[in-house]
Design a protein around this ligand. Structure first.
Ligand code: NAD
Length: 473
C-alpha cells in the first residue's frame, strides 16, 4: 500500500506558502507551479518498499527499450516542468544552496542524463560464430542519496537505473526527505502516464541510518549505489554486497603562469559559487604559482565579487564553520554574505565568495566545506603546486581542475592527481555537461572507479555465444 499522500502534500503546501515574494522574483521566477502530489512509491517499511519495487521490476524487465525510453522521456518532461518547485523545496527544506542554480541543475538533469542509448551491445563475429556482450538489469537497486543535490540525484539515478531495466528503492538523506519523495512521486507519475507500472521508484517515508542499514542487508537488492560522504561509502563497501561508491571530494583548482589569469579568476569563482558550492565537483580551494597569485587575487576581487578576509576574520570563520573541530551543518551551502554576517561583517550585495591566502594545512583550506570560501595557497613553482594540490585532494580521486595553456603541465597534473574528473580552463560544472561536452550525472563513483555513472553503470554484462553459426560475412 502506498502511503503519505497527505504528508507530501502538506509539506509542499507548507513550503510554497512560506515562500517570500522577494525570493520568487530574485530568480526571475513566475508563479510556482504545484505538481500533483500523491506520494506514489512511499512506504512505511523498507521491506515493503523493496517487495513492491520487485513487482514493478518484473514488468520493467519485459518492456521493450522503446517503452523504457518513453518513461524516461516523461521523467525528463516532468523534471523540466517541476524544476522550480523542486529547487524551492530543496532550498526550503535543507536551508542549503540557491533556488536559481538549483533550477538550472534540474534542467541539466532533464536534458543531459543518458537514457537507453547508453545500453549498448559489443559483438565479435568471425569463423567460429557470433558472440555478444549485452547489458542486463540487476533487478532492484538500492540507492542512498545526499542532502546536497537531493532531487537531482534521485531523478538522475532513477533515469539511468530504469533505462538499464531496473527499478530502484531510495533511502534519501533525512534532511531532504520531502524534496526526495516529491521526486520519487514524479517518477512514478511519469511511468503511469506513459503506460508503465507504478512503483518503479520507491522509498521509505522516514529514512534513517537504520533503514539504510536494512537496505544494505536486504537479500533482494543485489547492488547498492551510495552517493555521499566517506561514512556511507565505507558502510556500503563493507556490507558484503556489490557497491558503487560516489564519495567525498575536495577539488583543488591549480593556476600556473601560462593561464589566462583573468579568465581563470572568473571560471574558478563561477564554479565555486554555483549552488553555494554544494556540488562535490566544485572548486574548494586554489593553488597558484607565486608569479601569478597577486594578479589572480586582483581579478577575483575586482571583477568577481570576492571578499578578502584577514587573519583575525579567518580565525572567527574557523570558530563558526568548524565549530569544536566539526563541520557546522548550519554553514554548509550558505551564501558568502550570510557566512560573513555570521562573523559580524556586513558586505555589499555583489559579494559572492570569501577568499584569503593561507598554508595548505589551514583548516578552511584542507577541509571539504561545501560553502563559497576559497583559500588560496601560493607555491614557488609548478612542481610544488602539483604536490600541494595532490595533498589537498587527499586521495579521494574525485575531481581536480587546472588553468594552464601548457599541455605538458596539464598532463603532469592529470597523472599525479589521478581523479575521476579533471576540468581544464573552465568552471568545474563543465565536467557534468554544463558549458562542456558530455553527459550529466550527480553520482560520480570516485571510490569504486566507475567515474561518472550512467545507465550502463547500472547493468550486468552478459556474454551470449553462438558457436560456428550466425557469422554471415
Ligand atoms: P552524507 O554522507 O551525510 O549523507 C549521504 C547519505 O548517506 C544520506 O542518505 C545519509 O543518511 C547516508 N549516510 C551517512 N552516513 C551513513 C552511514 N554511516 N551508514 C549509512 N548511511 C549513511 O552526505 P551529504 O552531506 O548528504 O552530502 C555531502 C557529501 O557527499 C560530501 O562529502 C560530498 O562530496 C559527497 N557527495 C559526493 C557525490 C559524488 O557523486 N561523488 C555527490 C554528492 C555528494
Amino acid at each position: 500500500m502506498s502511503l503519505n499522500e497527505k504528508m507530501v502534500q502538506d509539506a509542499v503546501k507548507k513550503v510554497l506558502a512560506n515562500m517570500k515574494i522577494s525570493e520568487m522574483t530574485a530568480v526571475g521566477a513566475k508563479e510556482p507551479r504545484m505538481a500533483s502530489v500523491n506520494g506514489r512509491g512511499v512506504f512505511e517499511d523498507m521491506n515493503e518498499a523493496v517487495e513492491t519495487a520487485k513487482e514493478a521490476q518484473k514488468v520493467v524487465r519485459k518492456m521493450s527499450m522503446d517503452q523504457r525510453e518513453t518513461i524516461i522521456s516523461a521523467i525528463r518532461r516532468k523534471t523540466h516542468e517541476n524544476a522550480e518547485t523542486l529547487a524551492r523545496l530543496g532550498v526550503e527544506e535543507t536551508g542549503m544552496g540557491n533556488v536559481g542554480d538549483k533550477i538550472l541543475k534540474h534542467h541539466l538533469v532533464a536534458d543531459k542524463t543518458p537514457g537507453t542509448e547508453d545500453i549498448t551491445t559489443t559483438a565479435w563475429s568471425g569463423d567460429r560464430g557470433l558472440t555478444l556482450v549485452e547489458m542486463g538489469p540487476f533487478g532492484v537497486i538500492g540507492a542512498i542519496t545526499p542532502c546536497t543535490n537531493p532531487s537531482e540525484t534521485v531523478l538522475c539515478n532513477a533515469m539511468g537505473m530504469i533505462a538499464g531495466g531496473n527499478t530502484v528503492v531510495f533511502n534519501p538523506h533525512p534532511a531532504a526527505v520531502e524534496t526526495s519523495l516529491f521526486a520519487v512521486n514524479l517518477i512514478n507519475e511519469a511511468s503511469l502516464e506513459s503506460g508503465g507500472p507504478d512503483h518503479i521508484a520507491c522509498s521509505v517515508a522516514s529514512p534513517t541510518l537504520e533503514t539504510g542499514n536494512r537496505m544494505m542487508k536486504h537479500k533482494d537488492l543485489p547492488l547498492i549505489v551510495a552517493t555521499g560522504g566517506p561514512g556511507v561509502v565505507t558502510a556500503v563497501l563493507s556490507s558484503g554486497k556489490r557497491g558503487i561508491g560516489a564519495g567525498a571530494g575536495n577539488p583543488p583548482a591549480l593556476v600556473d603562469e601560462t593561464a589566462d589569469i583573468r579568465k581563470a579568476a572568473r571560471d574558478i569563482v563561477n564554479g565555486c559559487v554555483f549552488d553555494n558550492n554544494l556540488p562535490c565537483i566544485a572548486e574548494k580551494e586554489v593553488v597558484a604559482v607565486a608569479a601569478v597569485t597577486d594578479e589572480l587575487i586582483g581579478w577575483m576581487t575586482e571583477e568577481n565579487g570576492c571578499y578578502v578576509i584577514d587573519e583575525r576574520q579567518q580565525r572567527a570563520l574557523v570558530d563558526v564553520v568548524l565549530k569544536e573541530g566539526k563541520l557546522n551543518r548550519r554553514c554548509v551551502g550558505r551564501d558568502a554574505k550570510t557566512l560573513l554576517s555570521m562573523i559580524g561583517i556586513s558586505s555589499p550585495s555583489e559579494i559572492r565568495c570569501i577568499i584569503f591566502e593561507g598554508e595548505k594545512e589551514h583548516p578552511l583550506i584542507r577541509t571539504e566545506l561545501m560553502m563559497p570560501i576559497l583559500g588560496i595557497v601560493r607555491t614557488k613553482d609548478f612542481e610544488e603546486a602539483v604536490e600541494t594540490a595532490v595533498w589537498l585532494e587527499q586521495g579521494n580521486r574525485h575531481s581536480a581542475h587546472i588553468h594552464s595553456k601548457n599541455i605538458d603541465n596539464i598532463t603532469t597534473y592529470a597523472k599525479a592527481i589521478d581523479t575521476a574528473i579533471l576540468v581544464k580552463n573552465a568552471p568545474s560544472y563543465a565536467a557534468i555537461g554544463f558549458g562542456g561536452e558530455g553527459f550529466c550525472t550527480f553520482t560520480i563513483a570516485s571510490r569504486t572507479g566507475e567515474g561518472l555513472t550512467s545507465a550502463g553503470t547500472f547493468t550486468k554484462r552478459r556474454r551470449c555465444v553462438m558457436s560456428d553459426s550466425l557469422c554471415i560475412r
